[in-house]
Design a protein around this ligand. Structure first.
Ligand SMILES: CC(C)(COP(=O)(O)OP(=O)(O)OC[C@H]1O[C@@H](n2cnc3c(N)ncnc32)[C@H](O)[C@@H]1OP(=O)(O)O)[C@@H](O)C(=O)NCCC(=O)NCCS
Length: 178
């Protein structure tokens, strides 16, 4: 198997990353969010904001964002959206959400960046959107993730500053026909 495969089960999706011959073969599970994931997700969001997104945004904006990612707020938003998490069988290593036709909050643990987890989460999100007969998805990308979404076929519609409690936050509206 040269391509990553995604095997759908009832409520969860088993994702096999990498070719079977690879020594580093890892089994990833993409499943729906559980409240018990919130603490780990909070750490993933905050770690990314302070280590990765800080390269593209002022610290004032980063710390305003950090305040939005408490476990309680994550649980509240997951109640309104369809939130997926990716686990490596032990730890939660990534997340992505679908809010009607908008993709939200795609984050992968920093130590696991560039290993295909973000791509698999987006694939699972797009499969769910297709099941809901959606034909187009949109998202507001942060500067740090624009090229990741471009790789997955999203195109830039416009760039603008979102207002985050008075702090301008540059975002890029991107869309994809699915
Ligand atoms: C953006 C993010 C979700 C990508 O997840 P990831 O698991 O590292 O991405 P993947 O390994 O699945 O990469 C998929 C493809 O995109 C490419 N890619 C990933 N991040 C990239 C980046 N920052 N710039 C350019 N290409 C990138 C990969 O090389 C890969 O290309 P390939 O298919 O040709 O090999 C992750 O880097 C992250 O959590 N970033 C910080 C949080 C963030 O900004 N989230 C988005 C909020 S809008």
């Amino acid at each position: 198997m040269n391509q990553p495969s995604l095997v759908k089960e009832t409520q969860k999706t088993r994702v096999v990353l990498g070719a079977p011959s690879e020594a580093k073969r890892r089994y990833m599970l993409v499943r729906k969010f559980l409240p018990s994931d919130a603490e780990a997700l909070s750490q993933i969001f905050i770690q990314n904001l302070r280590q990765v997104n800080i390269r593209d945004y002022p610290s004032e904006a980063i710390e305003a964002l950090v305040r939005l990612y408490t476990p309680e707020q994550i649980i509240e938003r997951a109640g309104k959206w369809i939130t997926l998490v990716c686990t490596d069988g032990q730890d939660v290593v990534g997340t992505a959400s679908l809010d009607n036709d908008r993709v939200r909050e795609v984050f992968v643990a920093v130590s696991q960046h560039r290993t295909g987890i973000g791509k698999q989460l987006m694939h699972a999100i797009e499969m769910m959107a297709k099941e809901q007969h959606l034909e187009k998805l949109y998202l507001l990308a942060g500067i740090s993730a624009e090229d990741f979404y471009k790789k997955l076929g999203y195109v830039v519609i416009k760039r603008f500053d979102n207002d985050l409690n008075g702090i301008p936050l540059r975002v890029i509206r991107m869309e994809k026909d699915i």
